[in-house]
Structures are given as structure tokens and as C-alpha cells.
Ligand binder design. Structure first.
Ligand code: AMP
Length: 379
């Protein structure tokens, strides 16, 4: 595992040129927030017309194109990424010539579920029992040790439930191992969680840290569908303690998301994302400062904005096809976010934030919005 890099220098405070690796919706929302602060953006992304390209210069190149990455590094004052599957080996050379936040150390850990679990364990953050799996024999031994059900996950390149298989009987071992095509995996004990929550944390290049109120997440088929932000959450202090350990251990700069399972009031970490995160989209309309603005402030060494929740909030993802914007916006307290992407099954195309003065009103409007988005029976 690479060692933690030294703290990077803080770039000029005003009107920075920020380079973002990746130009999807997260890059788009970082740029929308950063442009309001006076910054300009260049994006590197292999797609011909990615969402964020409408907001700045677009270098169309693969994520491991050394010449294109160098061009981005030379043109910009600071670099960040919105997508965590960028090859670390490709970023290592540019991180020598330009400030990259968060650094490759955090990225390398987050890209590998085994490294990630080892890291959490070393810092006293509880993880579900797990076993490293590199063969069918390892998988069978893992089942013997952890019991069933269990979840087999590829160590690398998994997201939104992709590269994951739930094993319910010993006979599931062989087909699950065939389905991962011999890739290195981890087997996790199935966690009988009562709910899933996540924390969005941020650390500035100056070392200042801040934490948003935790979100309560509902996933369907491994994809986030809804985030609620309870007023006072009993798990807030635990989540902050775990996030603080990660930020500090990694000398982390930028926004970090950590997802947890809650079991009997205790948080068990599932995974972390070294970037702005879908479960923090509610902050655009329900917090003093959005996660996107705070990410920009953090990587520039600016003072962080308040992370306080200003109003009860719910976020609903718009997946696969866009619903009727006019009907949803006719509901009070709704905020429409469209990424400008082509519809496709399972694709995140936008989200709807719902805010209200009172929690009961927010929940009632969210129920009506879910009925409009998903039909009469909310998922
Ligand atoms: P992940 O890609 O690891 O975030 O997993 C996607 C979703 O699958 C999670 O949000 C959970 O709903 C579910 N899941 C993943 N791992 C486990 C586990 N070990 N036990 C129970 N549910 C899980």
C-alpha cells in the first residue's frame, strides 16, 4: 500500500482553474458550485458529450492517457476527480507536478475492497466479518468460516451493486465464482442491518474538518433510490468519529463519503467513496453549504462553509427515465436536478430534492413525489 503523501501546498485563493478528472453529473455539480465562487473548470473524460462538458473545456481522452493528464495538470491550478475508478498508476506522475486532492493514497485504498477493510480495521472502525477469495477453494473455506448467507464482491471496479453475488447455499459457490471470472474478491458475512446510513465529511487543505448530518439511505437492487436526513440521529456521533479517523489518517483533502450498516444501534462500515456522493445531493437545497461547494472550498484551502441542515430534506434519485418535471415541480418544496443524460435502464439521470419547514410535510410531499415517479406503489 502506498504511504500517506505529505500535505500538499495550498493554491492561490481566488479564481482558480480547477481540473476535474471525469465529467459526469458529479463533475457538473462541482463546477456549478465552483463557478459561482469565481473559478473555471477543465474536464478530462473519454465520452464525446459528457454532462459537465457544457460548463468548461473538455479534453476528450481516456483516464489513463498520460499526455492528456499532463496537459490537464499543466493548465490547471489544482486537480480533483469525480470518479474513483481512475487508474492510480496513471495519476501518480501528474500528482508529482500538480496538486491532486484527494491524493492517490486515499484513491488506492478506496479502489480495493480488501485494502479498504484492512485500513478500516487498522483504525478501529468496525467492518463485517470477511475473507479474501482468490480461488473456489478460498470461497468454500470462507463460507465455512463466515456462514451463509454471504456476499461475494469483486475487490475492484464494483459500484451500485455491480460485481456482487449473494450466496444462500453452498451450491451457490461454483456459479458465483464462475460469474466473477476468477477476479480477486472478498466474501462478506451478510449483515442483518436495520438501516443503511452515510456520512458526508470534508477536510480542507488547511486541516479544517466538518461533517454533515447523516443521511438514511434506501437502496433497490444495489442502487441508491432515496436519502432522508433525520433531524437528530442517534448514530451521528459514531459516524463522525469514524469519519474523523479516516480524514486524519489519510491527511485527506476534499469531500469523503462513508456508507454504513446499522445493527442494534452500532455502525459497521460498508465502504467509502473519496469524492462527492449521491447520498449528499440533498445538501444542494437542504444545507447551508452544499457538498459540492465545500469540496471546492476544501481543495483550495478556503474556509469551509456551514454543514448545518437548514430544513427537513429528502432526495429521490431519477433512474432509467425522467419523470414529468412540471408535475413534480407543482408540488411545494421540490427542486429539480437534471444531468442532461440519455435515458437508459438503471442509469442515474437526475434527482429531486424535497424540502419543507416541517418533517411531516416533507415526508408527505416525498410520498406524493414517489407516486408520480414510480407509479402508485412507491418502491
Ligand atoms: P455496495 O456496492 O457494497 O455498496 O453494496 C450495495 C448494496 O448491497 C448495499 O447498499 C446493501 O444494501 C447491499 N449489501 C452489500 N453488502 C452487504 C452485506 N455484507 N450485507 C447485507 N447487505 C449488503
Amino acid at each position: 500500500m502506498p504511504s500517506a503523501p505529505p500535505s500538499a501546498p495550498v493554491v492561490p485563493l481566488e479564481r482558480a482553474h480547477i481540473g476535474i478528472i471525469g465529467a459526469g453529473q458529479l463533475g457538473q455539480m462541482i463546477a456549478l458550485a465552483g463557478m459561482a465562487l469565481g473559478h473555471e473548470f477543465t474536464f478530462l473524460d473519454p465520452s464525446p458529450r459528457p454532462p459537465a462538458a457544457r460548463l468548461g473545456r473538455h479534453i476528450q481522452a481516456e483516464f489513463d492517457d498520460a499526455a492528456a493528464l499532463e496537459q490537464l495538470a499543466v493548465e490547471c491550478d489544482v486537480l480533483t476527480f469525480e470518479f474513483e475508478n481512475v487508474p492510480v498508476a496513471a495519476l501518480a506522475p501528474i500528482s508529482q507536478i500538480q496538486t491532486l486532492h484527494p491524493g492517490t493514497h486515499a484513491l488506492a485504498i478506496a479502489q480495493d475492497r480488501l485494502e479498504e477493510k484492512t485500513f478500516f480495521g487498522q483504525h478501529g472502525i468496525p467492518v463485517a466479518p470477511y475473507a479474501a477469495v482468490d480461488s473456489l477453494d478460498d470461497l468454500r473455506a470462507g463460507i465455512d468460516r463466515l456462514g451463509l448467507p454471504a456476499v461475494l464482491k469483486t475487490r475492484r471496479l464494483g459500484y451500485d451493486g455491480k460485481g456482487q453475488f449473494v450466496l444462500r447455499t453452498r451450491d451457490d459457490a461454483e456459479p458465483a465464482w464462475a460469474a466473477v471470472h476468477g477476479q480477486s474478491c472478498v466474501l462478506e458475512a451478510f449483515v442483518p442491518f436495520t438501516r443503511e446510513v452515510s456520512i458526508i465529511a470534508v477536510r480542507s487543505a488547511t486541516g479544517e474538518q466538518a461533517f454533515y448530518p447523516i443521511g438514511q439511505n434506501r437502496h433497490v437492487g444495489g442502487i441508491l433510490h432515496r436519502t432522508d436526513v433525520p433531524t437528530e440521529d442517534s448514530a451521528q456521533a459514531q459516524a463522525e468519529d469514524h469519519a474523523r479517523r479516516v480524514l486524519t489518517a489519510l491527511h485527506y483533502v476534499g469531500v469523503l463519503a462513508i456508507e454504513f450498516f446499522e445493527v442494534d444501534g452500532r455502525l459497521i462500515v460498508n465502504e467509502m467513496a473519496p469524492r462527492v456522493h449521491n447520498s449528499g445531493h440533498w445538501t444542494q437545497n437542504g444545507a447551508d453549504t452544499s457538498q459540492f461547494e465545500n469540496h471546492v472550498r476544501a481543495i483550495l484551502g478556503w474556509p469551509l462553509g456551514s454543514t448545518a441542515r437548514t430544513r427537513p430534506s429528502v432526495m429521490l434519485n431519477l433512474i432509467g427515465q425522467m419523470p414529468d418535471a412540471q408535475a413534480l415541480l407543482a408540488l411545494p418544496g421540490t427542486h429539480w436536478h437534471d444531468y442532461g443524460k440519455e435515458p437508459r435502464a438503471g442509469r442515474k439521470l437526475g434527482h429531486l430534492n424535497i424540502t419543507a419547514a416541517h418533517e411531516a410535510d416533507c415526508q408527505a410531499i416525498a410520498a406524493r413525489a414517489e407516486a408520480l415517479i414510480f407509479g402508485t406503489a412507491p418502491l
